[in-house]
Design a protein around this ligand. Structure first.
Ligand code: UTP
Length: 288
């Protein structure tokens, strides 16, 4: 398996994050000094994937623009002698090759992935990274999946253990742990009731899939929330050729959850040596 492309769905409405997301895509909300989606693209690049396929909608052009040159701004920075900032914004424009596909109706994550079929199916295998799920750690999250997919020749999804009272926010898997942190997936349930979840292993927004998934997605009927759920197509995958899950090592933040979004900002600021002391000084009086 040679993973060259990553599909990043960013076409959702972001209703949990209103009013912030009335006119700004949720994926463009800054996490420390860059939009959340830039962290996602950087994770792909650190994993050796440079072709990014955004699944977008009519109001999200600003995401593609972020990864393109802004010649006017470059000129302003050049004239002002702001070479460091100039380098930073050029580097963002050059970090990835971008392909955009419109999802004309927001019919769910599974439908968003289906929109990428014409662009990625010929590759055989490809990555999917959810545009509002941030993962940080020593090894890029998607790379942990790519390594397993390449050695096992099977699609792989990323999972993390979550507290029991939060299982109803995720797709939950069950199966056998075939080696430490690696599962053969048997069952997947989207947002189960807290007392009905088959485990606490939650699917987070990282996947390495093969073109088989498109056939499965076409069979899926609208499920939880009336959406075409990727989780339901993954059940077909698990029942046919098989599906693996890797317990991802790292920290994970959902930009669509305010507590996690704000924590992600603090986490990043704490990594910046210059900012850390200042931040702690400002935060201390606010602590109970
Ligand atoms: P979410 O369910 O977290 O995003 O989907 P949402 O629908 O935008 O958010 P809320 O629940 O209304 O606040 C995960 C990712 O999948 C994308 C979203 O943009 C987000 O990055 N998505 C979701 C699509 O691209 N298309 C869809 O139809 C649904």
């Amino acid at each position: 398996m040679n993973i060259r492309k990553v599909v990043i769905p960013v076409a959702g409405w972001g209703t949990r994050s209103l009013p912030a997301t009335k006119n700004i895509p949720k994926e463009m909300l800054p996490v420390y000094n860059k939009p959340g989606v830039q962290h996602v693209v950087e994770e792909a690049i650190r994993s050796g994937i440079q072709d990014v396929v955004f699944i977008t909608n009519r109001d999200k052009n600003v995401i593609e623009d972020h990864f393109d040159y802004n010649l006017q701004l470059e000129l302003v920075l050049e004239r002002a002698g702001k070479t460091e900032q100039l380098g930073i914004i050029r580097q963002v424009a050059e970090m990835a090759k971008v392909i955009s596909i419109r999802q004309k109706k927001q019919l769910g994550l599974g439908h968003a992935v289906l929109c990428a079929e014409d662009v990625v199916a010929a590759d055989g295998a490809f990555a999917v990274m959810v545009g509002d799920d941030l993962l940080f750690g020593m090894n890029p999250g998607i790379q942990q999946l790519v390594e397993v997919a390449e050695s096992e020749h099977l699609p792989v999804i990323g999972v993390m253990e979550v507290p029991q009272e939060r299982v109803d926010r995720y797709g939950i898997i069950s199966g056998e742990e075939i080696s430490p942190g690696l599962f053969q997936v048997r069952k997947l349930v989207e947002k189960p009731k807290v007392n009905e979840a088959p485990s606490r292993m939650a699917i987070i927004g990282r996947y390495v899939l093969t073109s088989e998934i498109f056939g499965h997605l076409r069979k899926v009927q609208p499920g939880h929330g009336g959406e075409i759920q990727l989780t339901d197509a993954l059940q077909y995958q698990a029942d046919s050729r098989g599906l693996l899950a890797v317990k991802i090592r790292g920290m994970r933040f959902d930009v669509g959850d305010w507590a996690e979004y704000l924590t992600a900002n603090i986490y990043f600021a704490m990594q910046d040596e210059e900012l850390r002391d200042d931040l702690v000084r400002h935060l201390k009086p606010l602590l109970p």
